[in-house]
Every structure is written in C-alpha cells, then in structure tokens.
Design a protein around this ligand. Structure first.
Ligand code: SF4
Length: 123
C-alpha cells in the first residue's frame, strides 16, 4: 500500500489529505468534505489542470487559458502548440484561438488584443 500526502486545492480551506492506494483502490482521509475525496482520487488516477499561458502576437503577448481541465500528461503537447502560434490580427476577450480535437477543450484569450504598433498590449 502506497501512501501520499497532498493538499486539496478545491477550496481555500486547503485540507491536508492522506491518500493510500494499492493500485486498484484509493482510500482518502483528512478531507473535510466529499470534494476532497474526489480531488484526491482524480489526482491519483488522472490528474488534470486548467492551463494558463500566453500566445505570441505580432506586437505583444495575449494571455490565454484552456476552458476546461486538461490531463497533466497533455500539458507539454499543448505548450508545443501554443509556442508555435503567432497571432497577426485583433483578438477579442473570450475568443477561441485553438480547439483540441481529442477532448473538445478550447484555448481562449483572457484579454482583448489590438494588432497595432504602440500601446498594443493585451487589454
Ligand atoms: S476537502 Fe473540501 S473543505 Fe477541504 S479543501 Fe477540499 S474542498 Fe475544501
């Protein structure tokens, strides 16, 4: 039986969880509510995260994030695609810049961007 300690990040309370697993079942303790158990089980079986990053644009950088959690094992694949992007047009906040074919997760701009020289940072 393998034992791990982790902090639940589902709410600001930050419960310290103890997770025991034999590879088949996952036993969780230290959670104040059921969300902690669900979080710990997902962390052991298939951890997922919202990815935040920036995309290169002609006159600056555009902040972006995925609109859902992606598998942690997919983060490098996503980052490669994000690094390969270069935007050369105006972008509106919330606009979809990329869609993942496998899970339908989308990369969205979290700020608008004006494709002009000068004070053109994302706003
Ligand atoms: S177990 Fe529940 S109360 Fe504790 S941090 Fe997670 S969500 Fe919050």
């Amino acid at each position: 039986m393998e034992e791990k300690k982790m902090i639940c990040i589902e709410c600001p309370r930050g419960c310290e969880l103890t997770v025991r697993t034999d590879g088949k079942s996952v036993d969780v303790s230290g959670n104040f509510c059921p969300r902690g158990k669900k979080y710990a089980q997902a962390e052991v079986v298939c951890p997922r995260r919202i990815l935040t990053s920036t995309v290169r644009a002609r006159y600056g950088m555009i902040p972006v994030r995925t609109d859902g959690e992606i598998k942690k094992s997919e983060i490098f694949r996503w980052m490669e695609r994000i690094r390969a992007m270069r935007i050369d047009r105006d972008v509106k906040q919330g606009e979809v810049l990329l869609t993942d074919d496998d899970e339908g997760i989308r990369l969205i701009a979290t700020a608008s961007y004006r494709n002009e020289e000068g004070d053109n940072a994302a706003f």
